[in-house]
Design a protein around this ligand. Structure first.
Ligand code: 1CP
Length: 360
């Protein structure tokens, strides 16, 4: 190691991957780029493998095929990061809850009715049941290009709990909210169980090869502030604390979708290295109030990728201009839509990579 590295162990090594450099506090120009849900149905090669695999869950638990679909968008577009192909709902599945995916309807679970149902969930067998996921990470570690960062992930406790209680996707989250407001102690036990399971799962992902972790709190935007702090922020913080206690060097990205002004509380209190911004977060506000504290990632509206052309270019340029002056990772504000023409993604890549190296 050089003298500078010995003086400051937190300084990125000269050969460190671009995404990791941003997460360790450097600005990169052009910014690293990857897209949420970058593997999936908008790619013909994904649809082929998906048809061959059987069900969506069969694909998640087949290491060779899951590795293959993770690599597909890397081969096609050359993103700076690959995200493990899996789903946030493998945690309830590994806890023993019935889970299936209905074509066109999304995930379905046999819903939890109340704290009485918690006894049936077994957190002791998560690592054993999710062996195929760790095997996928091992294969990816060996197959990815040297410059590509491998991202592992999990859902945050509230978002995962909502699927467990509602039995699938929801518009209003009324079953979950009714439980949380009427029996906060019982609900806290479910959240606590998910904190435990999720932290252990993420630590095991690092040990299997994940270099960065992302925690998806996709439905954090539905709570009043006190409940946001109790059911979203505090569990995120506890998971980050546990993962960092085991692996202090692993960067963690948190996505508190819909948190609005509470993004600041997440930046200050969770201990994450980066926040993923949803599409509604104002860029000048994020540059002023978030970027000095953490790296930021986002936040192109996925709907613009349906349109492409000049409208897409203008939105991309605006994000690059406003967030590109600081620690920044280009991404979408939410997952890519299955109707996205792949040519529009290629156009996005070209535009971001055309950013010249300019001083801060
Ligand atoms: O074969 C198929 O088309 C199934 C569609 C699909 C895919 C491709 C589902 C079902 N999950 C996934 C993969 C997935 N899910 C990944 C890895 C791939 C990648 O990002 O490239 C990741 C990170 C997720 C995470 C996920 N699953 C979230 C959090 C992110 C987000 O979009 O908010 C959530 C909420 C889920 C639940 C889920 N799984 C699948 C669907 C359709 C949904 C969402 C349902 C809903 O909107 O409520």
């Amino acid at each position: 190691p050089s003298d500078t590295q010995m003086l400051d162990a937190s300084l990125p090594a000269a050969d460190e991957k671009r995404l990791l450099r941003v997460l360790r506090g450097e600005r990169q120009q052009p910014p690293p780029i990857w897209l949420m849900r970058q593997a999936g149905r908008y790619l013909a090669e994904y649809r082929t493998v998906r048809a061959e695999a059987g069900s969506f869950l069969d694909l998640c638990y087949n290491p060779e095929l899951a590795c293959e679909v993770t690599l597909q968008p890397i081969r096609r577009f050359g993103f700076d990061a690959a995200i493990l192909f899996s789903d946030i709902l493998v945690i309830p599945h590994a806890l023993g809850q019935k889970l299936w995916f209905e074509e066109g309807r999304g995930p379905r679970l046999e819903p939890l009715q109340g704290a009485g149902d918690l006894a049936a969930l077994d957190p002791g067998r998560i690592e054993e049941r999710l062996q195929p996921v760790f095997a996928t990470l091992g294969l990816l570690q060996k197959s990815l290009p040297a410059e590509t960062t491998l991202i592992g992930f999990a859902g945050a406790p509230w978002t995962v709990a909502s699927y467990m209680i509602e039995g699938g996707s929801s518009r209003d989250f009324l079953k979950s909210k009714r439980w949380a407001y009427s029996d906060p102690e019982g609900f806290a036990r479910l959240i606590g169980l998910l904190v435990e399971a999720t932290a252990g799962y993420l630590i095991a992902q690092v040990e299997a090869g994940a270099e960065v972790l992302q925690i998806f709190d996709s439905w954090s935007g539905v709570w009043p502030e006190p409940e946001f702090r109790r059911w979203c922020l505090a569990p995120q913080r506890e998971i980050v604390r546990r993962v960092k206690a085991a692996h202090p060097q692993v960067p963690i990205i948190v996505f508190p979708r819909g948190a609005g002004p509470l993004y600041v509380a997440v930046a200050e209190e969770v201990g994450a290295d980066a926040l993923s911004l949803d599409t509604t977060v104002p860029l000048d506000w994020a540059a002023r109030h978030l970027q000095p504290k953490v790296a930021v990632q986002g936040n192109l509206d996925p709907a613009l990728l349906l349109v492409g052309g000049a409208a897409q270019d203008a939105a991309v340029d605006r994000i690059l201009k406003q967030l590109g002056q600081g620690r920044f990772i280009f991404n979408l504000g939410h997952g890519i839509d299955k109707h996205t023409p792949p040519e529009h993604v290629a156009r996005l890549m070209e535009r971001v990579r055309a950013q010249h190296s300019t001083p801060v």
